[in-house]
Design a protein around this ligand. Sequence first.
Ligand SMILES: [Fe+2]
Length: 330
Amino acid sequence: MASALEEPLNLAPVTEGQNGTIGANGTSSSTKSQYDPNFTDNVIKATGPKANKRLAQLMPGLVRHLHDFCRENEVTVEEWSQSVEFLNECGRMSDDKRNEGQLFWDILGVESLVDEITYKVAADSGEKPTTTAILGPFWRPNAPIYPMGSSTILKDQGGDVTHMHGSVTDFTTGKPITNAEIDIWHTAPNGLYEQQDPEQPDMNLRGRFYTPDSGDYDFYCLRPTPYPIPFDGPAGKFLKLLDRHPMRPAHIHFIISAKGYKPVVTQIFDRRDEWLGNDSVFAVKDSLVVDFAPKQGDEKAGFDLKYDFKLVAVEDAKNGVHGGTEVTSA
Ligand SMILES: [Fe+2]
């Protein structure tokens, strides 16, 4: 059966009365059509007294916004059916190597938005802890653990080998953090993560490193490459319908975690990248843009990148120090 999204949506305005006969569900004072004025309230009131507390808090607003959206735009049954098929397609395409649902939220900017909401900036702080960015759909658990100084490159596919190094410290005290886990992942020069590419070894360009007492880390990886998010599925079709490109600026993903500290999920971006101001998932933040410097005297790497991670202790977070984020530059 052909996908509901293979043909562009017909977005021509619906003529008044076409989708608003008396007795149809819903009404809104903001539209001229006559809908049942009690419909939305009835749906909200259906929630029972033993409902999950957070859901009971969230659902009235969600239902109201959804219903108003449908009324204001006079959404037709055909259009709604396409949205159902779209979500089903996202589910069918997702498995342990592909997360199409998350990709969809990403291209709508929702993961970046909730990331910003979750990690508010300490407003009075001139210096900030390491800024967060979205996890994205390509993280895999249980990446191999390597000793410091190792390489995550399991197969030579070209690219600029980079020696990345720095420290993991306590944001408040500046002291080094021992046994912090640095989980890193990025694409190969062909723009594909290893789980997307049968030519790459399993867990290529991924790794976990644990800091010694000094809190210092170093390893070899690649200077990242810009890549398109997968556009062979429903999220890609959606981008096409919106006349949007799928490109992400070159970046490396990290999760930095340590006992007693708030974990930081983040990405760093190559300043040279042409897509920096136009990220398809809206994740770029100024403090995460870095400069790769040419490196001399290291036969393994042609580039050098120093980056320090600053974590907030859980106790400090309780006292108002927050993991940082900032307005996105994209
Ligand atoms: Fe990525």
